[in-house]
Design a protein around this ligand. Structure first.
Ligand code: ADA
Length: 569
């Protein structure tokens, strides 16, 4: 299942998860020779690196399975994520493809005969000029159909997507609802759009998309008697959208709404009008037993561990996450900073602009309704120093605001006082390693004071961000699990604990720092030969837990500091 709940009651949906036939292809992405034999089976969702012999396979993989349709008509195949490029063939005919592992995508086949069909997916996780976002990096690009797959039967006119924006109005709440209705037919069609939420059913009016077009219907639902959504009390309401044709319900889409409003006011972040302070982690989707394809059982373990340490916040570094993880954040109450796929990404690749726009658009379009997402971001540690770099930051941040004006936007910067883009964001976010790269624990406080004063100082050339809230979006230190040293030297668990203790002592009690995101939750695999050859174990070892989620000494330090901060709010 794509979600932790059923998105459809009326629309027939079948999960295509399970064992598919599989055969690894070569490493040459230009080779499109269809395999004659499939020699293995591969779990979907899953990463092929978890299969012995394929741990380092950077190339092509071919997947195949059958599916059956109960009647002639249109089908919609939905992929939660394919890493990193998927090309889909049905009965030998190419029907769609998609680049980037981290956003859901779909293939709609307007007419398919009733009966059994062959589905083949060619997966490519190679690096090169074709891939501007997936590249040698300080995390690993796995290979496979790494998130769930669904087969849906849709009528000629069906619900393509639904967005819902909760807004406070007076003492109550209203809901701005947008419904996109797609028409696969050759003629004009009109359908009634009805919604049901919090015990109220409303007719939103008629959507009448012309042939092969999509029409959007917008309405505001007022007078809702609901409880607000917060991390402490995550009240969720089911939103059912139904399409009626002459009174008969012909399609539906179910999502959830959390009534919460996130605003920036001066140096503060406000949730439902109350100052909000974020305490949490950067978390990669990575696990030695699952690659990036963590099952929900592993996802909820990560959330429970973060909550156990007193955290209420997670940054999906550096890409959009699995919708089921976001659902769990909605349900358990975790604030999320979600960002489109980029980490120190060079802008010079000719494919970059198209690919970052797609990743950003798909992220917002598909993850729009998650109340847990309170911040949109992109372009982690990219070029925010040069004029061309500023142009890129400008169009990406403006795109985020155009797609969704209801959430603040930011990017995580490591350009310190050379940054030329701080005027473009709602929140200033800094990645700082004052106790690690070129420094030690004693650097943390003086550097933090210096930068906060610089940002809010008068007259500094870059003080265009005066008066904006600050999130310390990354800070940390490396420690090898089990490396215990009374001399407390770097890479020991003791040093990491000392560093985190000082970071949190300084950051959690600075009123202008509204959020902290430790780098990082767990140790993760990185790409071999990445430019930091000194990554021990070819892993990023700054996790507070190791890759198997075994706590390092810093775990207790984080828990103590975070809970101290909770007591003081
Ligand atoms: C950067 C980057 C992270 C990670 C971190 C580190 O801040 O954003 O992805 O590489 O450095 O561990 O050095």
């Amino acid at each position: 299942m794509l979600r932790t709940f059923k998105e459809h009651v009326v629309r027939p949906v079948a999960s295509l998860d399970g064992l598919w036939e599989f055969v690894p292809g070569g490493t040459d992405r230009r080779d499109w020779t269809r395999p004659r034999r499939y020699t293995m089976s591969m779990l979907v969702p899953g990463a092929w690196e978890t299969v012995p012999g394929l741990e380092n396979h950077r190339g092509i993989g071919w997947y195949r399975r059958q599916f059956t349709t109960a009647a002639d008509g249109a089908v919609r195949l939905v992929f939660g994520g394919v890493s990193h490029t998927g090309t889909v063939f049905v009965d030998g005919r190419k029907v769609g493809s998609h680049y980037d592992a981290f956003t859901p995508w779909e293939v709609v086949i307007p007419r398919l005969k009733q009966g059994c069909h062959e589905l083949v997916v060619r997966v490519d996780n190679t690096f090169g000029k074709h891939s501007a976002l997936h590249l040698e990096n300080d995390y690993y690009t796995y290979g496979g159909i790494t998130r769930p797959v669904e087969l849906q039967r849709v009528p000629r006119v069906f619900i393509h997507n639904v967005h819902a924006v909760p807004r406070r109005e007076g003492s109550g709440w209203v809901l701005d609802v947008s419904v996109w209705v797609r028409n696969l037919g050759r003629g004009h069609s009109a359908r009634t759009v009805e919604i049901e939420i919090a015990g109220q059913t409303r007719n939103l009016g008629m959507a009448s998309p012309t042939a092969k077009e999509t029409a959007m219907l917008h309405a505001t639902v007022k007078g809702l008697k609901v409880k607000p959504w917060t991390a402490e009390k995550p009240h969720l309401y089911e939103l059912a959208v139904r399409l009626r044709d002459n009174g008969e319900v012909v399609d539906d889409r179910i999502d959830r709404v959390g009534f919460r409003e996130i605003k920036v006011r001066g140096k503060r972040l406000l949730l439902n009008g109350t100052p909000l302070r974020l305490r949490g982690f950067n978390r990669h989707e990575d696990h030695p037993q699952f690659g990036c394809a963590l099952p929900v059982e592993a996802m909820i373990t990560d959330i429970n561990l973060m909550k156990d340490m007193g955290c209420n916040f997670v940054r999906t570094c550096h890409y959009p996450n699995d919708m089921r993880f976001l659902d769990l954040c909605d349900e358990t109450g975790m604030y999320v900073w979600e960002e489109s796929h980029s980490r120190n990404t060079p802008f010079g690749n000719p494919n970059f602009k198209r690919q970052i726009i797609d990743s950003t658009t798909e992220m917002v379009d598909r993850h729009f309704n998650h109340p847990a997402i309170i911040i949109w971001a992109s372009l982690n540690e990219c070029d925010s120093k040069s004029s061309p770099g500023r142009k890129t930051h400008k169009y990406v941040l403006e795109l985020l605001r155009k797609l969704d004006g209801s959430r603040p936007v930011t990017f995580a910067s490591n350009k310190q006082k050379w940054d030329r883009c701080l005027d473009l964001v709602d929140i200033v976010s800094w990645n700082r390693y004052d106790a690690w790269y070129g420094g030690d624990v004693s650097n943390v406080e003086p550097r933090s004071r210096e930068y906060v004063a610089w940002l809010h100082g008068k007259g500094t050339p870059k003080s265009t961000a005066v008066g904006k809230p600050i999130i310390m979006s990354e800070f940390g230190a490396g420690a090898l699990y089990g490396n215990r040293q009374t001399c407390r030297s770097p890479w020991s668990e003791e040093y990491q604990a000392d560093a985190l203790d000082e970071y949190l002592r300084v950051y959690l009690h600075d009123p202008t720092i509204v959020g902290t995101a430790i780098w990082q939750f767990s140790d993760v695999r990185v790409t071999r030969n990445w430019r930091f050859p000194q990554r021990p174990r070819t892993m990023n070892n700054k996790g507070i837990v190791d890759e198997y989620r075994r706590p390092k000494l810093a775990y207790e330090v984080v828990r103590k500091r975070m809970n101290e901060a909770v007591r003081q709010t």
